[in-house]
Design a protein around this ligand. Structure first.
Ligand code: D41
Length: 706
C-alpha cells in the first residue's frame, strides 16, 4: 500500500479527495468479494482501509460522505464484524451474593483508601440490566463508532447496527469533544414476546430469552435486520472523555441524561451498606414489574475522585460490585453421567438431564464438578447436601445463576428409584484408556496420557485458538476438531505449518466440506496474521494448568522477553534458587502456579512442543503500552517504612498503574526506594547500593509530574 499522509496534517481538501478514493476502493473490494467471489485485497488491507477511512472521518466529521463505507447498512466486512480496540478497556464487575459480601466490599474500599468506619462514603445503586454492553464513541458530538464489549479489550464494530436503535442519539449537543458512552442494550419483556410471535409466525428462529434476542438482534451483519428489532439502551458508564463529565457518579449519570441518553430512573444514592441492602430489597420487589430483565443491583462509589484512587484489579474496578439475585432453580431427572476430558486431563462429570426450563433457558446439561461432589463430599472430605450422593435416575435440582454453567445442586432421596446404584467413577480415561489417577490434594482425577490422549490434545488446541490466546479468525473449536480428526494438526505448531505441509494448502482445503476458496484463503491469512504474537498471548495459549490470562500477563510483563522467560523457566526447574524465588516474587504467582509452570517447561514432550511452536513465531516483547511517558514506567520501586498519605495498597496500585514494577525487597535491580518514617534495613541496603531514595512527598511530586 502507498505510504499515507499523516492524518494530523491532512488539509480538508486532501481529506475530501481521499475519502472519495477510499469509498471507491472499499466498494470495489466489497463487490469483488461478494459478487465475483474473488477477493482482490487481503482482510488486513481491507481493515486498514476501513480504519483509515474512520480516522479521517473522525478528524473531519463534516466530510462524512452519504455513501461512507462506515455508514453502510449491510456492508459486510470480510470475516464477520470488524474489530475495535477499546481506548479504555471495558471492565467486568466483581460479584456479591449476600449481605456479608456487600459489607466486606465497603470495608475493603475503606481499607484501601485509609478511611475509618465513621468517614462519609456514599454509593450509587442501580438495577443491573440483563442485556449486553455496548460502547459508543462520539467525536465533536457525532456518533462515529459503536463496539460490543468483546473480551473487554477488543470488541466488534456494530456501528451501523447501533445507529438503528432509537435510544441511541447519533448527534449530541454540548458534549465533550471526545465522549465514549457505555451502557446496556436490552429488550423489554413485551417487545420480546411480540418478536417471538412474529418470528414463529414466519417460521423463523425464536429466542430463549430477552437477552439472547437482544444479542442476536444487535449482532446482525445486515443492520436492516437490527433496525426491525425493538432494541433499547440504558447508559450507565463512560470510557474516554476529553472533559470530565462531573465529580460524582450520580452527577455524571445526570449529565448523560441531559445529553439525551436514557438512564435508569431507579438509580439511587446510598450512604452505606445498610441503605445499599435496603435498596437491594426494594429493587428485588420491583423486579417483576420493571418490564425488562435484571439480574441484580450494581453499587458504585459515588465520588469519582475516589473511584480514580481505587483504580482496578486486572479486570474489575475496586470501586464497584454487582449484588446478584439468587440463582434460579428447577427439578428434573438425571438421565446419565458423561465424562469429559479437559485440556489438563481433568475428568469432569457432566449431568445429562431431561430438559427443563430454568429462568427462561432450557437446560439439558449441567456440571457435577468431580468425583467427590457426586459422592456428597467436599474437598476436605466433609459432607455436602447432608452426605447425599447423586445417582443416575435421581430427581435432581438444577441451579443457574446468570451466565454461569448450570449445576446440579441437590437430590430428592424420596424420589430415588429402588434399583439405583451409586455412581462408579471411572479410573481410566474414557478417551484414551490411560490410567486416570487422583493425586493427593487434587480434587479431580486426571488422565495420565498427556499428549497421546486425543481429548487433551484437542482441548489444548481449542484453548490455543481461543479469543484470549491466539484468537485465529475462522479457526474455532469446530474446525480444530475437524483438522485434528483428519490428522492435519496434532499440536499448536502444526497450525503454522499447515499451509506449507500441504504444499498448496489452499487447493486441498477448499475442496473440503464447509470450505471454499474464500474461506480457505481467509484462514491462511488469519494464521499468518498471528505469527507475530505478544508474549502474554503466547504464554496463555500454551494452556499450562493454573496459568490463566491475568497471570500470563503478569509473568510476561515480569520477564519482558520470550528468551528471558524461557531461560528463567529452565533455571527455576529445581524449584529453589534465585530464578525460583524471582518467579515466586511476582505478585499473583504462588507455589502451585509456579510449580505447574516450571513443570510444563521441564517435561520433555511438552518442552519440545513449545519449542516447535516458538520456532514458527515472532514473539513480541511485553510492554506496558498504556503507560508510556510516565516518569516511573518500567522502573522497579520498593516501598518501606510507614506511608502517611495513602495506604500501602493504594501506593502500590498507583505505581503499577503508572507502569512501575513494585518489588518486595531491595536489590541491584531496584531503581527507587520510597522510604517512610521508621524505614529500616531496606533503606540501609538501598543507600549502600547507591539507589535513589525518596520520601513519600517527593515520590508523589514525581508522579504528579506525570
Ligand atoms: O446494568 C448493568 N448491566 C450494568 C453493568 C451497570 N448498571 N453498570 C455497570 N458498570 C460497569 C463498570 C463499573 C465496570 C463501569 C455494568 C458493567 N460494568 C458491566 N456489565 C457487564 C460487564 C460489566
Amino acid at each position: 500500500m502507498n505510504p499515507r499522509t499523516d492524518i494530523e496534517v491532512l488539509t480538508e481538501a486532501e481529506a475530501k479527495a481521499e475519502l472519495a478514493d477510499l469509498a471507491n476502493q472499499l466498494a470495489a473490494a466489497n463487490d469483488a468479494y461478494h459478487r465475483e467471489d474473488a477477493p482482490q485485497i487481503s482482510d488486513a488491507e481491507y481493515d486498514a482501509l476501513k480504519q483509515r477511512n474512520a480516522a479521517i472521518e473522525a478528524r473531519f466529521p463534516q466530510l462524512v460522505r452519504e455513501d461512507s463505507p462506515s455508514l453502510q447498512v449491510g456492508a459486510v466486512p470480510l470475516a464477520g464484524f470488524g474489530k475495535i480496540t477499546h481506548s479504555i478497556p471495558m471492565l467486568s464487575l466483581a460479584n456479591a451474593f449476600d449481605s456479608d459480601d456487600i459489607r466486606e466490599f465497603d470495608t475493603s474500599v475503606r481499607k484501601f483508601l485509609g478511611l475509618g468506619p465513621e468517614a462519609d462514603l456514599s454509593y450509587t445503586a442501580e438495577p443491573k440490566i440483563d442485556g449486553l454492553s455496548l460502547s459508543l464513541r462520539y467525536e465533536n458530538g457525532k456518533l462515529i463508532e459503536a463496539a460490543t464489549r468483546g473480551d473487554g479489550r477488543v470488541g466488534e464494530n456494530v456501528t451501523a447496527n447501533a445507529r438503528t436503535i432509537d435510544d441511541i442519539p447519533t448527534e449530541l449537543d454540548d458534549a465533550p469533544k471526545v465522549l465514549e458512552v457505555r451502557g446496556e442494550v436490552y429488550m423489554s419483556h413485551a417487545d420480546f414476546e411480540a418478536l417471538n410471535k412474529r418470528q414463529a409466525a414466519r417460521s423463523e428462529k425464536t429466542f430463549a430469552n430477552p437477552r439472547n434476542a437482544a444479542a442476536g438482534s444487535l449482532r446482525q451483519l445486515d443492520a436492516g435486520i437490527t433496525k426491525s428489532r425493538p432494541l433499547r439502551f440504558f447508559a450507565y458508564a463512560w470510557g474516554s472523555v476529553s472533559d470530565p463529565l462531573a465529580t460524582t457518579q450520580m452527577a455524571a449519570i445526570e449529565r448523560l441524561r441531559k445529553l439525551g441518553f436514557r438512564t435508569n430512573p431507579a438509580t439511587r444514592l446510598c450512604s452505606g451498606p445498610a441503605e445499599m441492602l435496603a435498596n437491594y430489597e426494594e429493587i428485588e420487589e420491583q423486579r417483576a414489574t420493571l418490564g425488562y430483565d435484571i439480574d441484580g443491583v450494581v453499587y458504585k462509589v459515588n465520588d469519582l475522585g475516589l473511584q480514580g484512587r481505587l483504580g482496578f484489579r486486572s479486570t474489575t474496578p475496586r470501586w464497584a460490585i454487582a449484588h446478584k439475585f439468587p440463582a434460579e432453580l428447577a427439578w428434573t431427572t438425571l438421565e446419565g453421567i458423561d465424562i469429559q476430558v479437559g485440556r489438563t486431563g481433568a475428568l469432569s462429570p457432566v449431568a445429562r438431564l431431561s430438559p427443563v426450563t430454568v429462568g427462561g433457558v432450557v437446560v439439558s446439561n449441567a456440571t457435577l464438578h468431580n468425583e467427590d461432589y457426586i459422592a456428597g463430599l467436599d474437598s476436605k472430605g466433609g459432607e455436602i447436601r447432608g452426605g447425599k450422593d447423586i445417582r443416575v435416575g435421581d430427581w435432581v435440582q438444577v441451579y443457574r445463576a446468570g451466565d454461569v454453567i448450570p449445576k446440579v445442586a441437590d437430590v430428592d432421596l424420596a424420589k430415588r428409584p429402588e434399583d439405583s446404584k451409586p455412581y462408579d467413577f471411572p479410573t481410566k480415561c474414557p478417551e484414551c484408556g490411560s490410567e486416570a489417577p487422583r493425586e493427593p490434594g487434587d480434587a479431580v482425577r486426571r488422565c495420565s496420557g498427556g499428549l497421546i490422549c486425543p481429548a487433551q490434545a484437542v482441548e489444548k488446541l481449542k484453548h490455543f485458538v481461543s479469543r484470549a490466546a491466539f484468537d485465529i479468525d475462522g479457526l474455532g473449536a469446530k474446525q480444530v476438531e475437524q483438522f485434528y480428526s483428519d490428522g492435519w494438526i496434532a499440536e499448536p505448531a502444526d497450525i503454522f505449518t499447515l499451509q506449507s505441509r500441504y504444499g498448496d494448502g489452499l487447493q486441498q482445503l477448499k475442496n473440503r466440506e464447509g470450505w471454499g476458496e474464500k474461506s480457505a484463503k481467509a484462514l491462511f491469512d488469519a494464521i499468518e496474521d498471528k505469527r507475530k504474537i505478544p508474549l502474554r498471548r503466547f504464554l496463555f495459549g500454551l494452556g499450562i494448568r493454573h496459568v490463566g490470562e491475568a497471570a500470563s500477563n503478569l509473568i510476561a510483563l515480569h520477564y519482558g522477553e520470550w528468551a528471558i522467560l524461557d531461560q528463567a523457566m529452565r533455571d527455576a526447574a529445581p524449584k529453589r534458587g534465585a530464578a525460583w524465588d524471582d518467579l515466586l516474587g511476582i505478585d499473583g504467582v504462588g507455589v502451585v502456579m509456579a510449580g505447574s509452570l516450571v513443570g510444563a517447561f521441564a517435561q520433555e514432550a511438552e518442552r519440545a512442543s513449545i519449542e516447535r511452536l516458538a520456532a514458527e513465531l515472532e514473539i513480541l516483547p511485553a510492554t506496558r503500552s498504556d503507560v508510556t511517558g510516565s516518569p516511573v514506567a518500567g522502573k522497579t520501586v520498593v516501598f518501606t517504612g510507614a506511608l502517611e498519605l495513602m495506604t500501602r495498597a493504594e501506593a502500590k496500585a498507583r505505581a503499577e498503574r503508572l507502569g512501575a514494577k513494585v518489588a518486595g525487597s531491595v536489590s541491584a535491580k531496584t531503581d527507587i526506594l520510597i522510604a517512610g518514617p521508621r524505614a529500616g534495613s531496606k533503606a540501609t541496603k538501598a543507600a549502600e547500593l547507591g539507589i535513589e531514595i525518596l520520601d513519600e512527598a517527593a515520590w508523589l511530586a514525581l508522579l504528579d509530574g506525570a
